[in-house]
Design a protein around this ligand. Structure first.
Ligand SMILES: Nc1ncnc2c1ncn2[C@@H]1O[C@H](COP(=O)(O)OP(=O)(O)OP(=O)(O)O)[C@@H](O)[C@H]1O
Ligand SMILES: [Mg+2]
Length: 250
């Protein structure tokens, strides 16, 4: 379970002697439960990646609290890191190595035994259909293949908490479906899955709960049906544009 309470993040930008501040998150709260996929849906610059990076201990919140299975992201950062799998498509992979080697490497970093690594690799290769390219150099792989490699690496230790930043970005429909089916399966097994996306259909199709994040604030938090009913809308797109129009007028 991930519990986020009144999370604020202010970035300080220093440029030629002057300092400016960007309030990327203005006090957001939400809960991601085991067995569910929670989708943070928002336009570019809304604060999705910032939220996921705070939860994953990559950056420190300015204020507010985040607990991951009762571990605090500041006090218990090591424990948090050991139980989460964080994926972002920005991940840079060394082109010289193969997916198979990278999975071994990250398995060892996570202090897994060689036997556990070998078993887990077979599961991931099968689930993500990596058979054809697991032993090819990463340099030679397509975008989708690299993305699958990054996903496999992030989940090598079979974490209970899965945090994926824009998991279907840049993927064709077949590969995107492979990745989303895979997330649904993990949620069904009881894992806590949190994703960010700006793609409405992804939120509609795979998320049990959706948080609409706009300009650092959660505007809606609920199931798809709840959000649509409360806004007397026909679909999620209507709700989304309602908030974006309000923002434009302001
Ligand atoms: N390291 C940083 N330093 C300064 N400002 C930052 C930093 N990281 C993010 N920001 C700013 O915080 C805001 C939120 O950025 P963030 O990357 O979280 O958005 P996002 O919702 O993930 O957007 P996208 O859909 O484009 O990935 C933006 O205005 C961005 O410019
Ligand atoms: Mg982002």
């Amino acid at each position: 379970m991930i519990i986020i309470h009144d999370l604020k993040k202010i970035f300080e930008n220093k440029k030629k002697g002057s300092v400016s501040y960007k309030e990327a998150l203005k006090g957001i709260s939400f809960v991601c439960k085991p067995g569910e996929i929670y989708g943070l849906l928002g336009p570019n610059g809304a604060g999705k990646t910032t939220t996921l990076r705070c939860i994953s201990t990559l950056i420190k919140p300015t204020s507010g609290t985040i607990t991951v299975n009762d571990y605090d992201v500041i006090k218990d950062d090591k424990q948090v890191r050991s139980i989460i799998g964080f994926f972002t498509s920005d991940m840079k992979l060394d082109g010289f190595f193969t997916p198979d080697y990278m999975m071994d490497y990250f398995g060892r970093l996570n202090k897994m035994t060689p036997k556990a690594i070998a078993e887990r690799k077979e599961v991931l290769v099968k689930e993500l259909h990596m058979e054809e390219f697991r032993n090819k150099k990463i340099d030679k792989l397509s975008t989708g293949m690299k993305q699958k490699t990054s996903i496999a690496i992030s989940l090598i230790h079979n974490p209970d908490i899965i945090i994926f930043d824009e998991p279907t970005n840049g993927l064709d429909v077949i590969t995107a479906k492979n990745v989303t089916d895979f997330l649904i399966k993990y949620a069904k097994e009881g894992k806590t899955v949190l994703i960010s996306t700006h793609i409405m259909s992804v939120a509609e199709q795979i998320c049990d709960r959706i948080g609409i994040l706009i300009d650092g604030l959660i505007k809606e938090d609920g199931t798809l049906q709840e959000i649509i009913a409360e806004n007397r809308a026909n679909n999620l797109e209507d709700v989304f544009f309602k908030y974006l129009e309000v923002q434009d007028v302001e």
